[in-house]
Design a protein around this ligand. Structure first.
Ligand code: AHR
Length: 336
C-alpha cells in the first residue's frame, strides 16, 4: 500500500467508525421525524402522571423526564395530577388541544376513562398506558400497556409471609393481619388486595382484622396505622400496599412503644432504596418489587409505532421479592 492509499484507508476507517458509533450510541435518533423542509422534528409526548405520592412515583417521573429529552428526539409535556382523576382528564384534553403525537397515561383509578380516551382516539392520538391499568370494554382506546403484575405481587407477599412464619415456627398460631391499602380503585390497590386475599383463604388460622386506605402516602399510612393500633392490641402483621405507607406504619408502631419488624411483621411493596435501608435497620421484613422505570419501555413502544411496527398490547415487567436478610447485599445495585 502506498503512503497516500494508507492515509486514505485510515481516514475511511475512521469515517466508518464515526458513522457506526453515531448509529449505535444514539438509537433515540431514530425516533425523530422529518418536517416537509427536511428538518428534524421532535416527537411530542404528553404524560398524565398520577402525582408525587411516593418514592416509587418520584422514580417513575425521573425515568420519563430523563428519557423523553430533546437529545433523544422528544419534547415531553408533563402533568402532575395530584392523585386526582379529574386533573388527569383535564391534562389529556389539553394534550389533545396541543395536538401532541402520543399521550401516556398512568391512570389514578381504573374506571371512568371511556369519554376522554374516545376523544383522544377521535383526534388520532395514540394512548399508551403505563404503570396502572384501566377498566374499559373497548381496548382500542389504548395501543399498549406496560407495568407490573399487581395480583402476582399480592400473591408473592403472602407466599413470603407463609415461608417466614414457618421459619419462625409460628405456622399454626393465629396470625392477625391489618392492611394499609393504596388509593381505592387504582389497579395497584385492586390487584394487590386481590392477590393477598386469594392466598389468604389458604390459611384458615390467619385473620384479616382490618383494612383501610392510606392513599399510598407515608403520612396517611402512619395515621391509619395509629388508629389500627388503638383498635387492636394483637396485630401480628402489617401488609402495606406500598413502601411509603410501611414507613408511616413503622413510625406509628415505634410511637406506640412496639418494635417494628419484631413485635409486628411488616411487608411493603415497591422495593425502593429507602425500603432496603429500613430492612437493614431491622424495621421492615420484606418488600415486593414494583418496577417504576417505565420511561425507556414506553420510548421503545413509541419507536416501534413510529416505524409502523406492531407492539405487544400487554407488557408485564419482571419483578422480585426482597426479604430483609438479602437487603445488605442488594442495596447498592438498586436503581431507585
Ligand atoms: O401504581 C404503582 C404504585 O403507585 C406504587 O406501588 C406506589 O408507590 C405508587 O404510588
Amino acid at each position: 500500500m502506498t503512503k497516500l492509499s494508507k492515509k486514505f484507508f485510515a481516514l475511511l476507517l475512521v469515517g466508518i467508525m464515526v458513522f457506526a458509533l453515531a448509529g449505535c450510541g444514539n438509537p433515540a435518533k431514530e425516533t425523530t421525524k422529518e418536517t416537509d423542509e427536511g428538518k428534524e422534528e421532535l416527537i411530542v409526548v404528553g404524560y398524565a402522571q398520577v402525582g408525587a405520592e411516593s418514592d416509587w412515583r418520584t422514580a417513575n417521573t425521573v425515568s420519563f423526564q430523563s428519557t423523553f429529552v430533546e437529545e433523544n428526539g422528544y419534547k415531553l409535556i408533563f402533568d402532575d395530577a395530584q392523585q386526582k382523576q379529574e386533573n388527569q382528564i383535564k391534562a389529556i384534553r389539553n394534550f389533545i388541544q396541543q395536538e401532541v403525537d402520543y399521550i401516556v397515561l398512568a391512570p389514578v383509578v381504573e374506571t371512568g376513562w371511556e369519554t376522554v380516551l374516545g376523544e383522544a382516539k377521535e383526534a388520532g392520538i395514540p394512548v399508551i398506558l403505563s404503570d396502572r391499568m384501566i377498566d374499559v370494554s373497548d381496548d382500542s382506546l389504548y395501543v399498549a400497556w406496560v407495568g407490573g403484575n399487581f395480583v402476582k405481587e399480592g400473591n408473592d407477599a403472602v407466599e413470603w409471609l407463609d415461608g417466614y412464619l414457618k421459619e419462625l415456627g409460628r405456622e399454626n398460631e393465629t396470625i392477625n393481619i391489618v392492611t394499609l391499602q393504596g388509593t381505592i380503585g387504582s389497579s395497584a390497590q385492586v390487584g394487590r388486595t386481590q392477590g393477598v386475599e386469594e392466598k389468604l383463604s389458604e390459611h384458615p388460622n390467619w385473620v384479616m382484622l382490618d383494612k383501610q386506605t392510606g392513599e399510598f402516602t407515608q403520612s396517611k399510612g402512619q395515621e391509619v396505622m395509629e388508629s389500627f393500633l388503638k383498635s387492636y392490641d394483637d396485630i401480628d402483621v402489617v401488609i402495606a400496599e406500598n413502601d411509603n405507607m410501611a414507613f408511616g406504619a413503622i413510625d406509628a408502631i415505634k410511637a406506640a412503644g412496639k418494635v417494628p419488624g419484631k413485635d409486628i411483621i411488616i411487608i411493603g411493596f415497591d422495593a425502593v432504596k429507602a425500603a432496603f435501608e429500613a430492612m437493614i435497620a431491622g424495621d421492615l421484613n420484606c418488600s415486593v418489587e414494583c418496577n417504576p422505570l417505565h420511561g425507556p419501555r414506553v420510548a421503545e413502544i413509541i419507536q416501534k409505532l413510529e416505524k409502523g411496527e406492531k407492539v405487544e398490547k400487554i407488557q408485564y415487567v419482571d419483578e422480585g421479592v426482597f426479604p430483609a436478610d438479602t437487603a445488605a447485599d442488594i442495596i447498592d445495585s438498586r436503581l431507585y
